[in-house]
Design a protein around this ligand. Structure first.
Ligand SMILES: [Zn+2]
Length: 209
């Protein structure tokens, strides 16, 4: 791996993720195994080109979805791709020390955490206490959604709203603002489609909800 070369720009990093997801969708993924030489090189240190905040859902493994190998992605997975102290600390590490040029908040269709938050927010559903704490991170994203829609449509909109909410919360931090303004990093939202395997990157104007 190119541990001594400069990191790609955010635009190049995003193109890499999109090309990797295209190979994955087309069934042309590059990495059936990892060669010993790559492991030996990675033992010297990591230089991931993107940080991914995704969901713990077993159907959305970021490295496979983006056809990315060991050492390429710095990944945080938490149910509902929400924020919290430990996650913000991990993201801060990615920004300050790894300096990944691209940060992706990756939601996915059919997210159980978002579905549970819909239940809590609109139907007063009850959950165990620690799950409630998790869902509290999602419910602010649901304000303004039309609960009279078919449940499938509501969930689809809620998944995207939750990604936008997380992106907006991150973008609101002084650190992210400074790094984005200096062109040191880009922050994008995306939604993974369960059936097609495709990652749909959200348009920039749709991210600042
Ligand atoms: Zn999920």
């Amino acid at each position: 791996m190119e541990s001594h070369q400069p990191l790609p720009t955010a635009v190049e990093a995003l193109a890499r993720l999109q090309q990797g997801n295209e190979r994955f969708v087309q069934g042309r993924a590059r990495f059936p195994t990892v060669q010993k030489e790559i492991l030996a090189e990675l033992a010297k240190g990591q230089r991931p080109y993107a940080t991914i905040l995704g969901c713990s859902d077993s159907r959305v493994p970021p490295e496979l979805v983006f056809d990315a190998s060991f050492g390429e992605l710095f990944v945080i997975r938490v149910a509902g791709n929400v924020l919290g102290p430990a996650i913000l600390g991990t993201l801060q590490y990615a920004g300050a020390h790894l300096k990944t040029p691209l940060f992706v908040v990756l939601g996915h269709e059919g997210c159980g955490a978002v579905e549970a938050a819909i239940g809590t927010h609109f139907h007063a559903a009850q959950h165990r206490s620690r799950i409630e704490l998790l869902l509290e991170q999602i419910t602010p994203a649901l304000a303004g959604l039309d609960v009279s829609q078919p449940p499938e449509t509501l969930l689809q909109q809620a998944v995207e709203a939750n990604v936008r909410h997380t992106v907006a919360s991150l973008r609101a931090t002084p650190e992210a603002q400074a790094r984005e303004q200096e062109g040191l990093m880009q922050l994008v939202g995306a939604v993974y489609e369960l059936q097609t395997g495709r990652v749909r990157f959200l348009a920039p104007d749709a991210q600042s909800a």
